[in-house]
Design a protein around this ligand. Structure first.
Ligand code: ADP
Ligand code: MG
Length: 298
């Protein structure tokens, strides 16, 4: 079976944990131990989220202005693919006998995607009003969030994964490919490819990749055992098996917020519509979920 395993930012960096290479190494190793058996038995592509890391790179850029040359956001996404991809390759190499490679992945987006006119995805830290004004003058989109200010960037829809054929070929050779990290590097087409400043949602990019390489399973690993209706309320209820129709209905009813469970359900719907199966679960429930006894299956 060909499986796309999407590792959530929260699976690699637990909430409230201090961001450092040390913590990431520790979490990446634990993540790799959890997916070890699956990657042994099946052909696999591993994708991952990058919001904390790409935010961190942009802080380095901002605080070094005048001392080191600045890198634009699409280059920062590429750098984060390098950072996390490297840690994953090394951890997988240490656990498995299979070859592992990390692929810088470019993802085509529409330059006229409405997301560019209305940036919504927060990255990096909270800023004071004074700092916010300076950054806004520099041309950053800033939004008031929870009493502070954060930089927000566009999150356009992924259309096509440029490196999909290479990734498919690698999996057919039983190589584990790490790809589309952080949703992939956003590019648009105009007499060739060009980078564009945005951060693509990693769940949607993972579904796009899974479809284009003909995967049978999209495994979305996050920090909850499954999706729920009335999440966080007294009448919260586990969702185990969802048809495409049911998933669409619940999404429309607002059970899955944008920026967290929403894109996971949307990605699952899109992948299921192309004939695949999607499972949303966490590391602890993974074994049971693979047997259909846990997780949310679309
Ligand atoms: P990741 O880093 O894995 O992409 P996200 O924070 O984006 O993680 O999404 C997972 C989070 O979605 C969970 O930790 C949970 O708090 C939240 N969530 C929101 N709505 C739901 C829901 N209906 N069912 C389950 N989790 C939900
Ligand atoms: Mg997420």
């Amino acid at each position: 079976m060909l499986i796309v395993i999407a590792l959530g930012g929260n699976a690699l960096l637990k909430r409230g944990e201090k961001l450092s290479i040390g913590t990431q190494e520790k979490n990446v190793r634990a993540a790799v131990k959890s997916i070890k058996n699956i990657t042994k038995k099946h052909h696999a592509v591993v994708t991952f989220g990058n919001a904390p890391q790409v935010g961190n790179i942009m802080i380095q850029v901002e605080s070094a202005l005048g001392k080191a040359y600045p890198v634009p956001l699409h280059v920062a996404v590429a750098e984060s693919e390098g950072e996390i991809g490297y840690l994953l390759v090394q951890a997988l190499h240490n656990e498995l006998k299979k070859p592992v490679v990390s692929i810088l992945t470019q993802v085509i987006v529409d330059k006229n995607d409405a997301a560019f006119k209305n940036p919504t995805k927060p990255i990096g830290p909270y800023y004071s009003k004074k700092e916010m004004t300076i950054l806004r003058e520099k041309g950053y989109s800033m939004k008031k969030i929870n009493g502070g200010y954060r930089r927000v960037v566009a999150s356009p829809k992924p259309i096509k994964i440029i490196e999909a054929p290479v990734i498919k070929k690698l999996t057919s050779m039983n190589v584990i490919a790490i790809a589309a990290g952080g949703g992939g590097i956003p590019v648009y087409k105009k007499h060739g490819l060009h980078g564009i400043d945005a951060v693509i949602d990693k769940d949607l990019a993972s579904a796009c990749l899974a479809k284009s390489i003909g995967a049978q399973l999209l495994l979305i690993l996050t920090d909850v055992p499954c999706a729920y209706i009335n999440y966080g309320k007294k009448n919260q209820k586990e969702l185990r098996k969802l048809s495409i129709k049911e998933a669409k209905k619940l999404l429309k009813e607002g059970h899955f917020p944008a920026g967290s469970m929403g894109p996971k359900i949307q990605a699952s719907i899109e992948f299921a519509e192309s004939g695949g199966k999607a499972i949303i679960t966490n590391f602890a429930s993974l074994k049971k979920a693979m047997k259909g006894k846990a997780g949310t299956i679309v």
